[in-house]
Design a protein. Sequence first.
Length: 343
Amino acid sequence: MKERHEHILGEVVRAYLGSGQPVGSRTISQQGDLGLSPASIRNVMAELERQGMLASPHTSAGRVPTDSGLRYFVDSLMAVDPDINRQLETSMPGHLGNASERSMLLKKATDELASLTHFAGMVWVHEQGFNRINRIELVPVSSEKVLAVIVTDSGEVQNRLVARPREIGDQRLYEISQRLNELLSGCSLEEVRSRLQREMESDRLRVRHLLEDLKRWADAPTEGQTEMFVSGQRQLLEMPEFAVVDTIRSLMAAIEEREQLLHLVEQVEREESGVKVFIGSEHALVNMEQVSVVLSHYSGPANIVGTLGVIGPRRMHYERVMPIVDCTAKWVSRMLSGGLNAK
């Protein structure tokens, strides 16, 4: 994208995030030192609309950013004020540093996210019942299915029915089992996911679909305790974006039922690190096109994985919300690694 187009897109997004109203060329010419006439700015905005970055909500000359426009802004144009990170690093110890138990820490983190952003804060934790895999066996069930038997270091046995590769006989399945044990025995789930991914990319075993099924198990093993803390839902009711009955009803149902949100959480868990932003239609939450979700992975002891973040309007100040989520995740990781009580 041309530098002029980027500059004007950034100005439109910032003005829209501040007011919630369609932005006209005259507004941009008055608030920025672009050296361009309103007519020239209008031409650029029309080009950005053709590119799918802006949209005209009605017949007025004003435009609003689309999901694509907001995505480009977040990924390429947004600059986080370093003072925000410094302020958060200073305040977090006072808010989270006196938690003596894990559940207390996670609840405090949820409240802190809601308080700082004025959105709904969410913290999800998954405590695994095991740390590492001891061995894995592939047991033939039929010409189309194989039973993957995974034995963990705690002695627990987990089973997953996976697709059987075509024309793979029992002897070949045994050889694949041997190779998988060499590859995965003694590995944590994170290591299992990483090694399976590399094996799929190389495709040395020629059983990519089977490995994909095993990786899906490693992404969400059928065990352990899952818990979610949510705070600040009522704050959303005061925002104009949530005045639409279908939107707020769908959002409250998603928070209550949690299944849709956990699909987003699973995506974040597969990421190495960093903050992940789902803008509007990107998250596929039903009837919630005006909702954005900002999440980050945090880490604890070897058997604890988790995600935290906020749910709010699509029109949020991402440059402020993202560092809040990032800093909270880092502080929760530090506190968990410091040996909090398990309760």
